[in-house]
Each structure stands twice: as structure tokens, then as C-alpha cells.
Design a protein around this ligand. Structure first.
Ligand code: PMV
Length: 353
């Protein structure tokens, strides 16, 4: 009896232009396009093994070794159903193919980064799930096509199907067929860019991205301005900056967009605060670091960005990593390794294999 099993892994991605707001909550269609960098260090990945077997009685998932529920009609069930649909199409065209789409699945997924790091693990998780099912089912699909399915698990997951610099184009079709991730540049294009992840707090965030986005869409007037008048131009400009390896422009837009995302969160009723005092102190440190560089006739050397939580990600070029790490350690000394309230998680080289 052959074994039908496949394993795939996918990394975390950190957005420079933030996705915030859904125009369709079931299909997970965003109100604006977004752009991210996929981190490629081995210690920030989800790895998923999927197995299909006629003896299995139900689809089942283990997350970090513990059974996790697959809620009927939920996001996980939707992704699995979409992948089975694609496999069924392959089988209907070739009668000799094993009927894998009819077998139940056992899926096991592990994150190799501590949950304590406070990083959104769902992006890597859903991307790895979809990639492992694509391998199991031997689907002739491109990463962009798979991103359409991963998107329905967690919006930002669609961007983790590519390495390097990735845009999620919001699309216009009501069925979501053109709401896909596309590559802006491969990671080899700009190997010098690094991401430093600073764990400010590993507390579970107060407002989930799903709840937060919904409330922002319903109550923020600033969001409309952002969607219509800000993001389209930023998407264009940052893509160009990436193509030209122009760190100064990349950094400026990344910080502006993080600021505007958190402004939109604050403009929500009731307001959402994701940053804390340490997050703001890191912003001040990076601003000062850049000011010294610019006043000496240089350019911006670092960019901070924050997702729906207080942890900082600092983008910089390889030549500045040491200096920034020593500044962070000096101003935010850690006493208890990574478990402290402020831990420097690591320096992630984007582009270093
Ligand atoms: O995909 P979600 O639902 O986890 O939302 C991600 C939202 C942000 O991380 C704040 C922004 C982004 O584009 O990743």
C-alpha cells in the first residue's frame, strides 16, 4: 500500500505596507493592497506534514503536537476543501490517479519559533498547510494560485508563499479570483537587507486582527482616506525603491505606513492600542539614530515597523546590524535571555540562504 504524505515549510513575513481591513470577511478580501518581506532564517518557519489515507475516519490537525479542532465552515476547513477541490479536478482528468481527494487527511504542523516571540504564526502556518497539500496532491499550481487559497486561512498568509519581497494585490473581483500574492523581487535581489525582531512583550494581544479590522472598517473615517489616497501611491513607490535597492525610500515609506496603520487603529471606536511605552521608546531610538546619520550628510539607516502588537521589527542593511543590536542592548538591557520582557529575538538575514 503506497504512503501518500508530503511535508512543506513556510516562513513568517513582515509587512512594510500593512493590510488592515476586509471588504469580504468570508473570502478574506482586503480593503487595500499590501507588501511584505518574507524572512528567510531557518528559525522562523512553520513546517507541515499532510497525509491522506483511506483508513482515516476524519480530517484531523495537530498543532505543535496538540490536537486542534477543524471547525466545519471555518478557515482551516475552507483551505482544506479548496485544496481537495483542486485535486479532484486533477483526478477527473486522469482516471488512473489515486482518488486522494476522497481520503481523509491527518495534518501535523510545527512552528520552530517560540510562541513567546509574539509573532503572528498564522501566516506561516496557513502557507505551510497549503504548500504541503499542494505537494501531497501533486498540483500543477503556481505560488500565486496557492496564495488565493492560503489567503482564505489568514489574509497575510498569502504573502508567505513567496520568498523575498511580495505584494498582495487586493484585486477587484467579487469572488476573490484576482486577490493574489505576486513577487516584487526575489530575495537574492537585495541580500543586504536584514530584519531585527525585538520582542517587547509576549502577552497575548488584546484585540485580534480579525476583531480589530472589523471594528476599524465600521468606525474609522481615516481608513477610507488611507485606502483611497495613500496606499496605492505607497505600493508603487516602495516597489520601485525595492527594485532600485533604495533603502532610504524603503525605510521612509515603511515607517510612515506603520505609523498610519497604528493611527487607523487609534481612530477606531473604541480605540485600539497595539504599541506600549517600550515600543514607542524603540521608535524614538530609531528616529534619533536616523537623525544623526542624516545630519552627518548620510541617509536613513533603519526602519521600524509594528504589526498588531508591541513587538518591533527593525529593517536595516547588513553593515548596520551590529551597531543597532548594540544600541538596543544598551538602552533595553535584557537580564533573562529571550524570556525577558524585552528580548532581541534575532537578526534575520533576508536573502541569506
Ligand atoms: O492576516 P492577519 O489576519 O493576521 O492580519 C495581519 C495584519 C497585520 O499583521 C497587522 C498587517 C499585515 O499586513 O501583515
Amino acid at each position: 500500500m503506497p504512503v501518500y504524505q508530503a511535508t512543506a515549510s513556510a516562513p513568517v513575513n513582515i509587512a512594510c505596507i500593512k493590510y488592515w481591513g476586509k471588504r469580504d470577511t468570508k473570502l478574506i478580501l482586503p480593503t487595500n493592497s499590501s507588501l511584505s518581506v518574507t524572512l528567510d532564517q531557518d528559525n522562523l518557519r512553520a513546517t507541515t506534514t499532510s497525509r491522506a489515507d483511506p483508513k482515516f475516519e476524519q480530517d484531523q490537525l495537530w498543532l505543535n503536537g496538540k490536537v486542534d479542532e477543524i471547525k466545519p465552515g471555518g478557515r482551516l476547513a475552507t483551505c482544506i476543501a479548496e485544496m481537495k477541490k483542486l485535486r479532484a479536478q486533477v483526478e477527473s482528468g486522469s482516471p488512473n490517479e489515486p482518488k486522494l481527494a476522497e481520503f481523509k487527511l491527518h495534518i501535523s504542523s510545527f512552528n520552530n519559533f517560540p510562541t513567546a516571540a509574539g509573532l503572528a504564526s498564522s501566516a506561516a502556518g496557513f502557507a505551510a498547510l497549503v504548500a504541503s497539500l499542494a505537494a501531497l496532491y501533486q498540483l500543477p499550481t503556481s505560488p500565486s494560485e496557492l496564495s488565493r487559497i492560503a489567503r482564505q486561512g489568514s489574509g497575510s498568509a498569502c504573502r508567505s508563499l513567496f520568498g523575498g519581497f511580495v505584494a498582495w494585490e487586493k484585486g477587484t473581483a467579487a469572488d476573490g479570483s484576482d486577490s493574489l500574492a505576486v513577487e516584487v523581487a526575489p530575495r537574492e535581489h537585495w541580500p543586504d537587507i536584514h530584519a531585527l525582531i525585538c520582542v517587547v512583550s509576549d502577552d497575548k494581544k488584546g484585540t485580534s486582527s480579525t476583531t480589530g479590522m472589523q471594528r476599524t472598517v465600521e468606525t474609522s473615517t481615516l481608513l477610507e482616506h488611507r485606502i483611497k489616497h495613500v496606499v496605492p501611491e505607497r505600493m508603487r513607490a516602495i516597489s520601485e525603491a525595492i527594485k532600485a535597492r533604495d533603502f532610504d525610500t524603503f525605510a521612509r515609506i515603511t515607517m510612515q505606513d506603520s505609523n498610519q496603520f497604528h493611527s487607523v487603529a487609534l481612530d477606531t471606536d473604541p480605540p485600539i492600542f497595539y504599541l506600549n511605552d517600550v515600543s514607542r521608546a524603540i521608535i524614538a531610538l530609531i528616529i534619533e539614530y536616523n537623525r544623526v546619520s542624516v545630519e552627518a550628510g548620510g541617509k536613513l539607516k533603519a526602519a521600524y515597523t509594528y504589526d498588531a502588537g508591541p513587538n518591533a521589527v527593525i529593517y536595516t542593511l547588513k553593515e548596520n546590524v551590529k551597531e543597532i543590536v548594540s544600541l538596543i542592548v544598551k538602552y533595553f538591557p535584557q537580564t533573562d535571555g529571550f524570556k525577558d520582557t524585552f528580548g532581541l529575538f534575532g537578526s534575520t538575514g533576508v536573502g541569506e540562504g
